[in-house]
Design a protein around this ligand. Sequence first.
Ligand code: HEC
Ligand code: HEC
Length: 283
Amino acid sequence: MNWLNDNVNLLTLIGAAVIIILTVGVAGKYIKQMKTDKSTGELSEDNWDGIGEFKNPLPMGWSLAFLGTIVWALWYIFFGYPVASFSQIGQYNEEVSNYTKRFESKWANPDKETLMGMGEGVFLVKCAPCHGITGDGMNGKAEDLTSWGNEEHIVKTVLEGSKGEDYPLGEMPAGMLDKAGATAVAAYIIQDLTKTGNSKHPELVKQGKALFATCAACHGSDGKGNSGSAPSLANYGKAQFVVDVLNHGMDGPIGKMPKFNDGRLTDIQKTAVGTYVNSLSEE
Ligand code: HEC
Ligand code: HEC
């Protein structure tokens, strides 16, 4: 039998057997004693149909336990749940939030290397189960992050559209521009709106700026997303863009990604994983 090879199971079984043997033995002893024992001591005057009462004092242990119960009850009522609303879950949440605060202040101003290290750690634990250890999306199970978030990906997004991030404006329709137009708009977004200034097609920026009118209807003329109605394109390629994705979650054509806005990750952890994700698509 397999479960007998497990030391913990075996120990539990031996423990259970010992408890049963002791219980049967002790109970048997007292039952026998009840049959033969004669009580002794002074009887009180009261007598009910021939049944008397001994004048024995209360056993010390019993009295102490009784008083102890009253003290405990008072403590519980006034310092525990009923009056002070104590709860273990509340205490746990408080400890977690204190720890989070300490964590956030300890890493308030991380350098790039610290961010990357922290980001890689978070990625391997929280993101790799779906996106794969290398971020390649494990054959289409999730977004391929090694080709996401860069200039080419804007082109792809304009051609294919985007949905599932739960923005007030809903879905972004596919095919608003052709490939040449999308390439120009992408150059403008990377060069001018994100202010990273490293578009691969600087010669297309001017044309892209004119075409951006198509996008401005939803993303705003400054590309910042019309106060949260659509994603801010000014953050494209920056850690903050990934943070926006994490806060929104995504239920798109590939599948469903949960929202990470419930405290599972602290702000600095989100920035860190955003920095790391962006590094995956840099050549
Ligand atoms: C009809 C409104 C609308 C227009 C017009 C529009 N977008 Fe969008 N865009 C959205 C919305 C809404 C989202 C978020 C969609 C989602 O849930 O994934 C989005 C998302 C995006 C994203 C981010 C996708 C991602 O990976 O998270 C990019 C990049 C983008 N739009 C670029 C553009 C460009 C460039 C144009 C102009 C050619 C444009 N959009 C025009 C509404 C619009
Ligand atoms: C439960 C699986 C799952 C987990 C965990 C997960 N993702 Fe995703 N993620 C997805 C799927 C699926 C998509 C593609 C959604 C679609 O386009 O249909 C996606 C898409 C993305 C995108 C692209 C969104 C866009 O706008 O196109 C980014 C960036 C991303 N994930 C980052 C992360 C990061 C960072 C983590 C870890 C903190 C993470 N994901 C954890 C499943 C997951």
